[in-house]
Design a protein around this ligand. Structure first.
Ligand SMILES: CS(=O)(=O)N1CCC(Oc2ccc(-c3c(C(=O)NC[C@H]4CC[C@H](C(=O)O)CC4)noc3-c3cc(Cl)c(O)cc3O)cc2)CC1
Length: 391
């Protein structure tokens, strides 16, 4: 049996005890919540109920992904960076377990919020650190990685980052509702906006991407927005219950890609005016769509899937100065993680590119909050099969 390959702090439970607790909590499936459930609970929020739910659900979600971390190929698992990420999960798992049988006293509830803040901050750099671990592995393997390993890593990182999105959602809701500065007076319920105006988030993401584009290219395409609603009264602007920060992340990434394609595709054009980015926001019975259409020259259909690969873009990480000088370059995970944010509440992101002309990027969201359920990775025999047999 492979124990979790990290040193435990001496004060904490032994390796055997950790393995036992991991087996116990990973034996439970995570309990997905819908946006409606987040909203209903948040509107009459009870801190004790939230504490009692989270002190079980957080170890369950942590243990499920920790069991998968332990199944990674050794040449990735034993890199310095992945070992560090593993140790963060062990520490956070142990910290939450301190509340397993604690009474929901005022003092314990207060300490719990504090520990949730510590856990969220401890995991702030998981994405960058995992990207660094993949680079370390590639360097150790002479720069190449075989297809099965690449496939396992793609599968794992999608699940790790989806799990991380879900754990941070639970932590953010609890700390925003019951923390030191609870939202007073605003309409937000934790990180959820019950009346999120999609065109406002579109404009916000566009303006920030445009700022970076202007900084690097000294030009940027204009924005045109149209809204269409299938509702009889055709209520505009289109609003829905969503997490604005998730939508902003997706839009910011897609706008950066569209702007880079448009400016670079038209950089030799004589005319000064770049073709605008056209955004359509559409509300149907089942879906809400945000489509970004650009004339950036497009990419061959054979290459579209590559853009969602973590390994495709795991070039040496841009240094801090690079991020400033090449602002549209990121850590190379923006698009795959954007798709995870969309899929987290059962939406999606789809790229439809016409080589030689341009690209449509469509964000799909669930129109009904009771259909917007968390999509959570579950550790079981089926998921274990995706990892190469490791002894
Ligand atoms: C993993 S990541 O998230 O970190 N990230 C993904 C994003 C990538 O950057 C980008 C940006 C734009 C484009 C791009 C091109 C383009 O570049 N065409 C020109 C080449 C077409 C092939 C051609 C060849 O055949 O090789 C060589 C020129 N055309 O259309 C788009 C486009 C893409 C997205 Cl996703 C979009 O939303 C809108 C778009 O217009 C490609 C790549 C950094 C890495």
């Amino acid at each position: 049996m492979r124990l979790f390959p990290v040193r435990l702090s001496s004060a904490s439970s032994s390796m055997a005890s950790l393995a036992k607790m991991l087996d116990f909590y990973s034996g439970f499936n995570p309990s997905p919540l819908s946006i409606k459930q987040f909203m209903d609970f948040g509107q009459n929020a009870c801190e004790k109920k939230s504490f009692i739910f989270l002190r079980k659900e957080l170890p369950v979600r942590l243990a499920n992904i920790m069991k998968e971390i332990a199944l990674l190929p050794d040449n990735l698992l034993h890199t310095r960076s992945v070992s560090e990420v593993s140790s963060w999960y062990v520490k956070s798992f142990e910290e939450v377990l301190e509340y397993e049988k604690a009474d929901p006293t005022h003092d314990n509830l207060h300490k719990f919020v504090h520990h949730l803040d510590l856990i969220r901050n401890r995991h702030n750099d998981v994405v960058q650190t995992m990207a660094q671990g993949v680079i370390e592995m590639k360097e150790n393997e002479g720069g190449t990685v075989d297809a099965p390993t690449e496939s396992s890593i793609q599968y794992f990182l999608d699940r790790l980052y989806m799990s991380r999105i879900s754990i941070r959602m639970l932590i953010n809701q609890h700390t925003l509702l019951f923390g030191a500065n609870p939202h007073s007076g605003g309409r937000h319920i934790g990180c959820l906006d019950p009346a999120c105006d999609l065109s406002d988030v579109v404009r916000d993401a566009y303006e920030n991407a445009r700022f970076l584009c202007d900084q690097y290219y000294l030009t940027s395409p204009a924005l045109e927005i149209q809204e269409h609603s299938s509702e009889p009264e055709g209520n505009l602007p289109i609003r829905t219950v969503y997490v604005p920060s998730h939508l902003y992340y997706m839009l910011f990434e897609l706008f950066k890609n569209s702007m880079r394609a448009v400016v670079e595709h038209h950089n030799n054009d004589n005319c000064d005016t770049l073709p605008p980015l056209k955004v359509a926001i559409c509300r149907g019975q089942e879906d809400i769509c945000v489509k970004i259409s650009d004339q950036g020259g497009g990419i061959p259909r054979s290459q579209t899937d590559q853009l969602f690969k973590y390994m495709y873009s795991t070039a040496p990480q841009p240094s801090k100065s690079d991020l400033h000088t090449v602002p549209l370059a990121g850590y190379g995970y923006g698009l795959p993680i954007s798709r995870l944010y969309a899929r987290y509440f059962h939406g999606d992101i789809v790229l439809l590119s016409c080589e030689g002309f341009g690209t449509d990027a469509i964000i799909y969201l669930k129109a009904l909050s009771d259909e917007a359920n968390e999509l959570l990775p579950i550790f079981n025999k089926t998921s274990s099969k995706f990892y190469r047999a490791t002894v």
